[in-house]
Design a protein around this ligand. Structure first.
Ligand code: SF4
Ligand code: SF4
Length: 431
């Protein structure tokens, strides 16, 4: 298939590299911290008490959502704390279970249920994507919408990251098993695997031969090429009428094509309980540039230590990448299912420019891949006119940050948009 692309977005300076870095396993250390909310669903209810002994893969958090993902112990050991005041990298306070590890790290096979969606729920499966939707919710929506095309996303959401192409390259049998399970459940007719055109060389001919009945689609490198809605438009040529959720509100959309990330399918195909994550950890210069396989709950400091990387105390650890990430409070923060990667910026690489007045240059409009008017939305949010911001489709922003990146007046457009979404969510929650 020809190389395809989408309107808007950014051609960032060359940020490749890492696609040839094999995935390395990093042990979780002596203690793991498992937050009770790791996806877009509601917070799970902790099912364990202090001093309780747990096995790897044991259910420790129950979702109240019908198709929500449960949470399992990523290691065997003793529960040393069940706190209600853990602060997630998003800044939200939530419950978390702290487990002191005892014994080696094992994989826990998932238990197959009669119903496929129940298997996904009880094994804690989520789509490891920016929105991190429970997988059963996503497949249920797809079934209701009679979706017949599956797009496997082998591109990382953020620039600099390369873990997904490594998953495709190293775990192709698991990926194909995951694709097969989804195909059977939804009666999928057409499967596409999309990857960055510059990563095509990381898939050998032998590996490509294993991709039976699958169309490999190279995408021109442009940020944010890995967003679901852009992929559906670029590959299927279909508009997605979507309401991107304000924070914590589940997806509600008419969908023509189902997009699932390649690491999710590898996890599904491997038939284990979802207690692991594969992600990139790197810094701006590339001195740190690894793709790591870790247990959920592993503190970032354990990964840095395994990579022999010393973080400058004044550096910033960013959860999720340079464009859409959040600054971590410290390296004790654990890996979660909704963590897309880890990016480190040194003090001299951090820039803070004072915002100036909007000069109506229109650059933010030109780059917005969602075809919004970011300066209008941001202006309304700044004046607390949330209804007006919503009229300009505030909730359709997928928070890529392109508008803020290009603004010559340094207006933190994305910040205002996120703030507006949060305020609207608060107002709706009171209804
Ligand atoms: S890019 Fe900045 S200055 Fe230009 S229109 Fe948008 S908000 Fe205004
Ligand atoms: S308004 Fe949203 S979707 Fe558009 S460029 Fe800004 S952050 Fe991206």
């Amino acid at each position: 298939m020809e190389t395809v692309s989408f309107k808007g977005g950014l051609k960032l300076p060359v940020v490749h590299g890492g696609g040839d870095r094999p995935i390395i396993c990093v042990p979780p250390g002596e203690q793991v911290i498992v937050p009770m909310k790791q996806d877009l669903g509601p917070e799970c209810e902790p099912l364990v008490k202090k001093k309780q002994i747990v096995r790897t893969g044991e259910l420790i958090g129950q979702s109240s959502l019908e198709h929500g993902a449960c949470i399992h112990a990523p290691v065997a050991g003793k529960v040393t704390d069940v706190t209600k005041s853990f602060i997630h990298f998003s800044g939200k306070r939530m419950s978390a279970v702290v487990i002191s590890r005892e014994g080696p790290v094992n994989k826990a096979r998932r238990q197959e249920q009669d119903d496929f969606l129940s298997t996904l729920v009880t094994s804690g499966m989520v789509d490891f994507d920016k929105d991190t939707v429970p997988l059963a919710v996503k497949l249920d929506e797809a079934k209701l919408n009679h979706v017949d095309s599956l797009i496997v996303n082998a591109m990382d959401v953020e620039p600099f990251f390369s873990s997904r192409v490594r998953v495709l390259s190293e775990r192709i049998h698991d990926v194909m098993a995951g694709i097969s399970a989804v195909k059977d459940y939804l009666n999928i007719q057409q499967v596409y695997i999309v990857l960055d055109e510059q990563h095509r060389g990381h898939i050998s001919d032998n590996q490509a031969r294993l991709l039976q009945d699958v169309t490999l689609v190279p995408l021109k490198y442009k940020y944010p090429q890995a967003i679901d809605y852009l992929l559906v438009k670029a590959i299927l040529g279909k508009e997605v009428l979507c309401t991107i959720p304000c924070r914590d509100i589940m997806h509600s959309q008419d969908i023509d094509g189902l997009v699932i990330s390649v690491d999710t399918l590898a996890s599904l195909g491997s038939k284990v309980v979802s207690t692991e994550r594969i992600l990139t950890i790197r810094d701006l210069n590339g001195d740190l540039n690894e793709n790591v396989h870790v247990q959920i709950g592993t503190p970032i400091k354990e990964i840095l230590s395994a990579c022999s990387y010393e973080v400058n105390p004044e550096a910033r650890i960013i959860a999720g990448g340079p464009m859409m990430g959040q600054i971590f409070a410290d390296a004790q923060m654990p890996v979660t299912k909704d963590l897309q990667g880890i990016f480190i910026l040194n003090k001299e690489q951090l820039t803070f420019n004072k915002p100036k007045t909007c000069i109506k240059c229109g650059l933010c409009v030109d780059v917005c891949p969602a075809r919004l008017l970011p300066f209008m939305i941001s202006g309304f949010v700044e004046k607390a006119q949330y209804d007006q911001a919503q009229r300009y489709q505030l909730s359709s922003c997928f928070e890529c940050g392109c508008c803020s990146y290009v603004c010559p007046s340094n207006i933190p457009l994305l910040h205002w948009i996120q703030f507006g979404k949060f305020e609207i969510f608060k107002q709706r929650s009171k209804l």
